[in-house]
Design a protein around this ligand. Structure first.
Ligand code: RP5
Length: 181
């Protein structure tokens, strides 16, 4: 198994950085059913070599365990939290209430309202407890990871270079695009 990808049974996926094994980003989802969407965030974090962990914790089904996770996150060295949930998605707001770490929220289409319920739940946080809300679904999950990377890159020149290279590669994909004759 490569050092860049290690499965940790007790904490879900844990992505190791060859330079440091300090976990920096915690990806929390309200249900295992959210994983397909949040995997878009984990893929980006892995590509940028940002050590992260993924957990299933619910604001309404496992509130005590969620509180414990968030309350200890900063002390464990985590620097950014990503929260993905569907329906009445109070997960991100509850997490933000328990920490001063930045919380990036990913709305998930899990009900007949197609994610609009989740989006509004997350984006309409009352003044004082901020949650940064991304787009619904996989695009939002990927952008949450990129936003986390931008935050971490403020104090990590090597990560800044990896992020710049990642974006340059996306630009090159556009420039290389071939249209039908
Ligand atoms: C939310 O309810 C979860 O975040 C998930 O998006 C949705 C459905 O959960 P399951 O019924 O699939 O566990 O709490």
């Amino acid at each position: 198994m490569s050092a860049a990808s290690l499965f940790c049974p007790s904490a879900g996926f844990r992505i190791m950085n060859p330079m440091s094994d300090q976990t920096l980003v915690g990806v929390v989802m309200g249900s295992k059913s959210d994983y397909e969407v949040l995997s878009a965030a984990i893929e980006i974090l892995r590509a940028l070599e940002i050590p992260c962990e993924a957990r299933v914790l619910s604001a309404h089904r496992t509130p005590d365990q969620l509180f414990e996770y968030v309350a200890t996150a900063r002390g464990r060295g985590l620097r950014v939290l990503i929260a993905g949930a569907g329906g009445a998605a109070h997960l991100a707001g509850v997490m933000a209430a328990k920490t001063l770490l930045p919380v990036l929220a990913v709305p998930i289409a899990a009900t007949p309202l197609n994610g609009l319920d989740s989006l509004l739940s997350m984006v309409q946080m009352p003044k004082g407890i901020p949650v940064a809300t991304l787009a619904i679904g996989k695009p939002g999950a990927a952008n949450a990871a990129l936003f986390a990377a931008e935050i971490l890159a403020l104090n990590d020149a090597a990560l800044y270079e990896r992020l710049a290279a990642w974006r340059a590669a996306r630009a090159q994909e556009v420039l290389d695009a071939k249209l039908p004759e």
